[in-house]
Design a binder for this molecule. Structure first.
Ligand code: PMP
Length: 400
């Protein structure tokens, strides 16, 4: 085994070493509701393009026009030369859409979350859900605040941690809005109440819910009717908006602080022109075509019901992030390969994205899937159940 700077292989690298499944870094030769992989056309049931906008001609045409007008790159960071009229327009539109005084657009959603480090100083304490996205975990690592983690969506645990903390410290509760792997919603009403009671601020990462949830697609905050109750919202343009980029939406003074202090923004190149224009075009569609949201939720309901009746454990999801638990990593890889052989591309999600014993196949429908696509996905799972026998239910979520 070649030396890798003295590092050990990860758990998934070890599992892949003697397993024929190849779920990661698979090159796709075309994209959309169906994709081409190794010369075969399969259903794409494993990407975050929930509304199907990344290949919508209105979005791709807007990107092409911006590419011709502004070039392929901003060639620098937002703070110096990399701010375009397009970025400002997008920030104004996103602030109004998500519901905040101001917005800052970043190059990726990961970068938007890392920007939070500029709000996390020594003496502050962050209270974070154990299932939060890696980028939120890393933001806390980059900052100097204390990091307390509460068990996934366990409000009583959060309450105890808040009660035991120093009321004079800056206290910030951070959560995903829609949990990215397991598809369950954060318990926002309870989180808002706890944050208010303890005088803490609340930050929600709306990466998966902005564009998807709520009658207007404004996200988990709109879904729960809690507009104005969250102190800062982060998000991405790489999922419902079919582009790439991130956002931070909140009070003007907070956004201004981030503009001058967030190192992930200050010292990295700006979101490219084509991506900004694509996101603007997508936002028009997100606002104008609520039927896309209805359609993807109809598909999700069909998948959840169908999978449960086949005996699969889909956990607490009620959303278009449909987890199918296998528990065991090797079984996850096996199921993933069987599904691909049956013509369906999904995501094999294993440690560290989820706890070791909670490996899952993530299935994500898109608004551009037909009813026939969803039938074929369910048929593929039925075939897997016939070949492999019942897949066991997942153990409870107890991340370290
Ligand atoms: N937050 C969550 C909850 C996510 O799922 C993701 C993407 N997987 C991100 C942030 C990062 O977004 P991006 O892909 O735009 O960097």
């Amino acid at each position: 085994m070649a030396d890798v700077f003295g590092k050990k292989r990860s758990a998934v690298q070890r599992a892949l070493a003697d397993d024929p499944a190849r779920p990661y870094y698979r090159p796709l030769a075309a994209r959309g509701a169906e994709v081409e992989i190794d010369g075969r056309t399969v259903i794409m049931a494993g990407c975050n393009d929930y509304l199907g906008l990344s290949t919508d001609p209105r979005v791709t045409e807007a990107a092409a026009r911006a590419l011709r007008r502004f070039g392929a790159s901003c060639s620098g960071s937002r703070v110096l030369n990399g701010t375009l009229t397009l970025h400002e327009e997008l920030e104004g539109r996103l602030a109004a859409f998500v519901g905040g005084e101001a917005a800052l657009v970043t190059t990726t959603g990961f970068q938007a979350n890392l920007a939070l480090a500029a709000l996390l100083d020594e003496g502050d304490t962050v209270f974070a859900d154990m299932s939060n996205h890696a980028s939120l975990v890393d933001a806390v690592r980059l900052g100097s605040a204390d990091h307390r983690r509460y068990r996934h969506s366990d409000l009583a645990h959060l309450d105890r941690l808040l009660a035991a903390s120093d009321p004079a410290a800056g206290r910030i509760v951070v959560t995903d809005g829609l949990f990215s792997m397991e598809g369950d919603l954060c318990r926002l009403p309870g989180l808002v109440a706890l944050a208010r009671r303890h005088g803490a601020r609340l930050v929600v990462d709306g990466a998966h819910d902005i564009g998807l949830l709520g009658p207007g697609g404004r996200g988990v905050v709109e879904h729960f009717g809690l507009a104005g109750e969250v102190d800062l919202i982060t998000g991405t343009l790489s999922k419902c908006f079919g582009s790439v980029g991130g956002m931070l939406v909140g009070p003007a003074a907070v956004v201004e602080h981030l503009r001058y202090n967030a190192r992930s923004v200050l010292f990295s190149a700006a979101m490219p022109p084509a991506s900004a224009a694509a996101a603007l075009a997508a936002l028009d569609i997100v606002e104008a075509e609520p039927e896309r949201r209805r359609r993807v939720f109809d598909h999700a309901r069909r998948l959840l019901e169908g999978l449960r009746s086949l005996g699969y454990d889909t956990g607490d999801s009620t959303t278009p992030i449909v987890p199918v638990y296998t528990g065991d990593t090797r079984l996850c890889l096996r199921v993933w390969q069987e599904l691909l052989d049956a013509g369906v591309f999904t995501n094999a999600v294993v440690e560290p994205a989820v706890a070791r014993n909670r490996a899952l196949i993530r299935v994500t429908p898109q608004a551009v899937h037909t009813d026939g696509h969803i039938t074929r996905v369910l048929d593929a799972f039925a075939e897997v159940a016939r070949r492999l026998g019942p897949v066991p239910a997942a153990p409870a979520n107890e991340r370290p």
